[in-house]
Write a protein that binds this ligand. Sequence first.
Ligand code: MG
Ligand code: MG
Length: 266
Amino acid sequence: MRSVYTKTVQEIGFLRENNQLVADTLAYIATLVEPGVRTDMLDAKAEEYIRDHGALPGFKGYDGFPFTLCISVNDVVVHGFPGDYVLKEGDIVSIDCGTLMHGFYGDSAYTFAVGEISQENKALLRTTRESLDLAIQKIETGWRIGDIGATIQDYAESRGYGIVREMVGHGLGRDMHEEPEVPNYGRRGHGKLIIPNLVLCIEPMVTMGRRNIFVDRDGWTVRTVDRKNAAHFEKAIFIRQDGRAEELTSYVGIEAKLKEKGFWIS
Ligand code: MG
Ligand code: MG
């Protein structure tokens, strides 16, 4: 990881453009996620969409990752490979997408419901999403990295969920994973100070059962040890001069598509 550095106005503009393209790609993919669809088809469509919009798929070849999307179904937490798996009614699927344009990265994720899902899966998705939004809304001058983690951790754990420890959020810029690391757990008042013009990806990974994970034989796919479901939402943010966070990733387009399909869970 590079050392922490803040971004210029122009660089924040590039990062905004990248993360908007990621959100647009995910909104397009949202129209395709449904029972009967193979995950490698989603990957191919996302790659085509990103290239058609003048960017490169940010994940493809990054540290040797072979695909455009990380597609993580049910007990897969993150970094799942697209392939011949056919989505079925009741699945939950985290789709993580990256772009590279103007020398900067975009990186955001959304966990989709495939058709009608169980009440417990809905609650898992809501809690994960709400923990992310709560942390973003609360950021203010004087906050440290530990305050973000503690906010997410308190929210999820008080509702009986697990927080994955081994995988964390990160700074975003010319590299996809810059300092500082942004854990989804922590202690209030600890860690690096959050300062204006910092760009961060916050990405809670929340488990329905125990928080323990393992990596599959493919070297990438991260699963829960107890094989219970996990959810993952990720947004890029930047810190304004007033110390508050502004989202570079908008879910508005994604959720408009989900509402049209009747797949949106409030
Ligand atoms: Mg990501
Ligand atoms: Mg990330």
